[in-house]
Design a protein around this ligand. Structure first.
Ligand code: ADP
Ligand code: MG
Length: 353
């Protein structure tokens, strides 16, 4: 009989329960709110006194959200967890538990799943989260990972998308466009490799943008900074689809407009040089690239003094009363309309040029 070198047989031998046990038996619960983890019909979570619970879920589908050709399983597991934690932080809440559901195709080896869980458990370790349950099934069409994250915050701390007010400052953590450049680089090398498998990809010098794509870190530090500085953002969202799209989400839900300045966009020098190398406009990549998992938030003017010295935060514009009007002031002082294009549009536009 045909033998796959990945030896998918092993999973069959273990069976579903053996597999779950194999992947989760090392887990030790660390949060007092995690009362019961893997092993019963449901996990039990005890909410802390006076806290509200936030819940968020994200699904990652092979071929749509990730490409196993260039994504190491450990990174994939790590990212699958951190993108969920990013959503919890975007509520100004602290993540405490996750559940992990996987649909596994028969081409995935047990070693690959072990690496996937290694990455997930590493993220859990770093961000102080317990893996308390999940579901396991088979798939005929590639790997699917669905993670649900639970977090908590005091009622008055929770930040929604709909609280931005006229004159509020629009702020963003970290830098933008890097994850998109990392993806473009991986896609470029994949194409070269597909055309000539003898050519090995050379990624030297591109570490930062590759890391932005393959191993994004959620901004736990920014949430801690808010607490330390006594800043309560008026609205917040994490940047998964691209700055333009997220700013517009905040504005539509808050019933306001905005002005964003190109010269204020935080872009890493490596993102700029990689974009230029690929004939892409770095600002357009920062606006529409996505997957940076930075936090975009608005603060009232009174909080400006508290935040202005923070190197990890850039003030990129302000909220206006012009509901539905989203302005982008380019370096040439021309005013453009900000549109939520997403990354498809970036590549299309550059092709037309
Ligand atoms: P049920 O049949 O009641 O859904 P399962 O057999 O699916 O129970 O799951 C048994 C236990 O293992 C539950 O605690 C569940 O949360 C956990 N579990 C199942 N799959 C996974 C997984 N992929 N990762 C972590 N925990 C899992
Ligand atoms: Mg189940």
């Amino acid at each position: 009989m045909f033998e796959d070198k990945n030896n998918p047989k092993e999973i069959e031998n273990l069976g579903e329960f053996g597999l779950i046990n194999h992947l989760t038996s090392q887990i030790k619960l660390k949060n007092p709110t995690s009362v019961k983890g893997v092993g019963d019909d449901a996990a039990v979570i005890a909410p802390s006194k006076n806290k509200q619970i936030v819940v968020t879920t994200d699904m990652l589908v092979e071929g749509i959200h990730f490409d196993l050709i260039y994504t190491p399983f450990k990174h994939l597991g790590y990212k699958a967890v951190t993108v969920n934690l990013s959503d919890v932080y975007a509520m100004n809440a602290v993540p405490t538990q996750i559940t992990v559901s996987i649909a596994v195709s028969n081409k995935i080896s047990i070693e690959a799943l072990e690496e996937l869980y290694e990455g997930m458990l590493l993220a859990c370790e770093i961000y102080g989260v317990d893996l308390v349950g999940g579901d396991t099934t088979s798939s005929n069409s590639g790997l699917i990972i669905s993670i649900t994250a639970v977090g908590e915050a005091e009622k008055k701390e929770i930040v929604y998308r709909n609280g931005a007010k006229e004159n509020d400052l629009i702020c963003v953590s970290g830098d933008l466009g890097g994850a998109f450049m990392g993806l473009q680089l991986l896609e470029r090398e994949k194409q070269i490799f597909n055309e000539n498998p003898a050519i090995q990809p050379d990624f030297s010098g591109y570490d930062y943008v590759l890391e932005r794509q393959l191993k994004p870190e959620p901004r736990q530090d920014v949430i801690e900074m808010f607490k330390e500085l006594g800043v309560q953002p008026t609205a917040m969202i994490d940047i998964s689809d691209g700055l333009s799209s997220e700013v517009i989400h905040i504005c539509t839900q808050s019933g306001v407009g905005c002005t964003i300045y190109e010269d204020k966009l935080p872009i890493d020098p490596l993102t700029v040089s990689t974009a230029e190398e690929m004939n892409l406009n770095p600002s357009v990549c920062a606006l529409n690239g996505g997957e940076d998992y930075e936090l975009l938030f608005t603060i009232s003017l009174e909080d400006y003094e508290k935040i202005k010295e923070q190197k990890r935060v850039a003030i990129i514009g302000h909220i206006t009363s012009d509901k539905g009007k989203y302005e982008f002031v380019s370096n040439g002082d021309t005013v453009h309309e900000l549109t939520a294009q997403g990354w498809n549009a970036i590549l299309k536009k550059e092709d037309e040029n």
